[in-house]
Design a protein around this ligand. Structure first.
Ligand SMILES: NC(=O)c1ccc[n+]([C@@H]2O[C@H](COP(=O)([O-])OP(=O)(O)OC[C@H]3O[C@@H](n4cnc5c(N)ncnc54)[C@H](O)[C@@H]3O)[C@@H](O)[C@H]2O)c1
Length: 256
């Protein structure tokens, strides 16, 4: 059964681990997919691998910096020009910063708020006129388990992820009158190319990488990106038609 037949979906951060896995499932389930990511990201490689893996997959890439407010309108107008409809928005782009709040600077705050929070707001704002016209319009915002479990040293990131939860609930209330569903997913540690590269830079072995998560969740391991993409697919599908304003914890039960 194809759960997203005849639907058009935008996935921001589509060149990254969770975004690419989500795009793959969406294509397998019949959606036309728009990958949005930075111009220097591996957008084209991801698109090529999707088209090779899934015969007939319809994918377009839009390279833009979502930290700029104007990018959101540009993305949505290109999608409408190409396919004439928009049914699903997955706000997934994200950046991280590693410093205690006591050392935080305005530059980093402005950048991380622009990417992790304001791009979600602007993408939603620009997408909503089309989502309201769709009979199945919905938004899935990618937050984090750390919206609810703050930690030492990533305060700016965790604040943006908590903001996404609040944004999700407000949008769900405001858009219910238009039958647009808005939900968030809160992943736990997910082993994506970003983490693999970071571990390699720190010269960590595979065993050390695995051990990093032993104390973090009940299942004592990382998620594979597909384990986050499947709940995103479900939230975007008609199987979740009575779900709005929810935060789905996909975190194997974060400890602490
Ligand atoms: N991997 C994890 O452990 C984990 C856990 C919880 C939440 N998340 C969230 O899941 C989402 C995807 O994360 P991921 O692990 O796949 O990371 P990732 O770094 O592989 O993907 C994030 C993508 O966003 C893109 N991006 C960053 N800044 C951008 C900008 N200004 N404009 C356009 N695109 C931009 C990046 O290029 C990248 O492709 C992020 O929002 C992240 O915060 C990840």
């Amino acid at each position: 059964m194809k759960r997203l037949a005849n639907q058009v979906a935008i996935v921001t951060g589509g060149a990254g681990g969770i975004g690419a896995a989500t795009a793959k499932l969406f294509c397998e389930h019949g959606a036309k997919v728009v990958l949005v990511d930075l111009p220097d990201s591996p957008l084209n490689e991801v698109s090529k691998s999707l088209q090779e893996a899934i015969p007939g997959a319809e994918v377009i890439c839009i390279p833009v910096n979502l930290a700029n407010e104007a990018s959101a309108a540009e993305v949505v107008s290109l999608v409408i020009e190409k396919w004439g409809q928009l049914d699903i928005l997955v706000n997934n782009a994200g950046m991280r910063s590693y410093e205690p709040l006591a050392d935080s600077t305005a530059d980093v705050w402005n950048q991380i708020l622009a990417v992790n929070l304001l791009s979600y707001v602007y993408m939603a704002r620009e997408a909503l006129p089309s989502l309201r016209k769709s009979k199945t319009g919905c938004i899935v915002n990618v937050s984090s388990t750390h919206a609810f479990h703050p930690r030492v040293g990533m305060g700016q990131y965790d604040v943006t992820k908590a903001g996404i939860v609040s944004l999700t609930k407000t949008l769900a209330y405001e858009e219910a009158q238009h039958q647009v569903r808005v939900n968030a997913i809160c992943p736990g540690a997910t082993l994506t190319p970003f983490h693999i590269k970071r571990a390699a830079e720190a010269r960590k072995s595979g065993i050390e990488i695995d051990h990093q998560r032993y104390e973090q969740n009940l299942l004592k391991r990382w998620a594979d990106p597909l384990e986050i993409a499947y709940p995103i697919l479900w939230l975007a599908s008609s199987e979740a038609s009575f779900i709005t304003g929810s935060c789905l914890m996909a975190d194997a039960g974060t400890l602490g």
